[in-house]
Design a protein around this ligand. Sequence first.
Ligand code: UD1
Ligand code: CA
Length: 419
Amino acid sequence: MKIVTIILAAGKGTRMKSNLPKVLHKVCGKSMLEHVIETAKNAGSSREVVIIGSGAEEVKKNISGVEFALQAEQLGTGHAVKMAKDKLADVDGTVMILCGDTPLITSDLLKNFIDSHNKSKAAATVLTAIMPDATGYGRIVRNQSGTVDKIVEHKDANEDELQIHEVNAGIYCFDKKILFDALDKVTNDNAQGEYYLTDVLEIIHNQGLVINAMISNDFTQILGINSRQQLALAERILRQRKNFELMDSGVTILDPDSTFIDSNVEIGRDTIIYPFTFIEGNIKIGENCSIGPFVHIRPGSKIGDKVKIGNFVEVKNSNIGEGTKLPHLQYIGDSDVGSNVNIGCGTVTCNYDGKNKFRTTIGNNVFVGCNTNLVAPVNVGDNVYIAAGSTINQDIPKDNLAIARARQVNKSNWKDKRD
Ligand code: UD1
Ligand code: CA
């Protein structure tokens, strides 16, 4: 069933101590907000209204495929949700609410959550988890029949409530009409002087309606990111998740703790990844490749099957053809490299003249000698040989040998003359 989603992303993110809006901070190469939007869509959301406020223009610039509603003043999460009311005037039934600072939530969990809400016919369902350290989270206060009475924010909780480890994920499904009617009754009479979204639960409960809570058995999925330490934790969890996913699909990762692969990277089976490797962006890597230690593959790159990338190699915005070898110490930027090419140690594509970037094109079956500079824009034809130490600044026709270095001079008996 299709569902409409409100995503809260207007907060200041005070605890990040940053000039960048909190939800634009990246985890595994993608902003927290992008993770949440993508997950919502994958879980069946057909429409997302993102509430923006702090750094609104910057958020708008970086995010696409959603609608925006402005919360000019950040008066709390309840006030933020209200900003979506006009946009959703034509919507009936269920509305899901997500926070832009919970990037670890998966679409499988969200799908189960939506199902659970729809099946229960409750007025509201809140997603919860048992959090080992519940500091900062809203606590779930249940009644004897097991349904939810209210949520108490950490700063407003009494001694007993602080002992509760079941916390609010900040993820909810509501009947839309019940939600917006209740929001009109929320006040800001609390420790933070804010209009809390969490207060609508008690209001709904007091109307005699049922609120369900679905407990996720994986608390890591609901971690809210408020500080840089929590951001690093999220990064770690997401990277591990990605590495395990790749390993399950047939990729060997020697040491997942020291391998950094962005969430949108695709890697074919039987490829081996060595430690201290960074693979960033929407990268595709083929099957049976070997990606050596200290390799950095940057956005815009596509690596074919059976490619060998050795130690200390950087590849940026480049296509590398099947069976090509980049064994050690290369910089390959803005390049299209054919298949079965061997690029010698220390080779550099000189892609930048200080103002603009240019491409290097290398055909198939090319042998590039060690320590070659390829000054772009430049085309190297099929089956070319380049002598070691060459600085190539002219195109090389196919089947040629190019030597572009000063001829060596040997001075005989130099030792005697010098002395
Ligand atoms: C909130 C919940 C808390 C829950 C936790 C889960 C409330 C009152 N508290 O607390 O129960 O355990 O999330 O992570 O809802 N935002 C706005 N406008 C505002 C204020 C916030 O859009 O005026 C957005 C923020 O950008 C953020 C989200 O709402 O994405 C949550 O706000 P935040 O201040 O992080 O709430 P928490 O204190 O973490
Ligand atoms: Ca938060």
